[in-house]
Design a protein around this ligand. Structure first.
Ligand code: HEC
Length: 81
């Protein structure tokens, strides 16, 4: 899916191209999410992207099922409360 190039294998925002991005990707393991942290909000971010950032919409190249799986995967990097 290419997420790793920007977000890094471990979700810490340290992928190979991350240094060139403005704004840079956040560290999924620590930083608060800009667009919300519920699974529905993360799904919406992956579907629609974030306007005016390098985070593109992935609706066309992924299925709904894949994006739900990704949303849960992204949240699995969050610290356990
Ligand atoms: C071209 C680089 C790039 C790629 C590829 C990319 N992202 Fe992002 N993503 C970003 C950047 C940069 C941000 C942060 C934008 C900001 O700070 O507003 C972001 C933000 C996010 C967020 C939002 C967190 C929040 O604050 O709400 C999620 C979730 C996310 N990405 C998931 C993914 C997933 C899943 C994929 C693969 C399907 C992916 N990204 C692919 C660059 C990328």
């Amino acid at each position: 899916m290419g997420c790793i190039a920007c977000h890094g294998l471990t979700g810490e925002g340290n992928g190979p191209v991350a240094f060139s991005l403005k704004p840079p990707p956040r560290d999924f393991t620590r930083d608060p999410f800009k667009a919300g942290e519920s699974v529905e909000q993360v799904f919406a971010t992956i579907t629609n992207g974030l306007p005016n950032t390098p985070m593109a919409p992935f609706a066309k190249i992924t299925t709904d099922d894949q994006r739900w799986a990704l949303a849960y995967y992204v949240l699995s990097f969050r610290p356990h409360k």
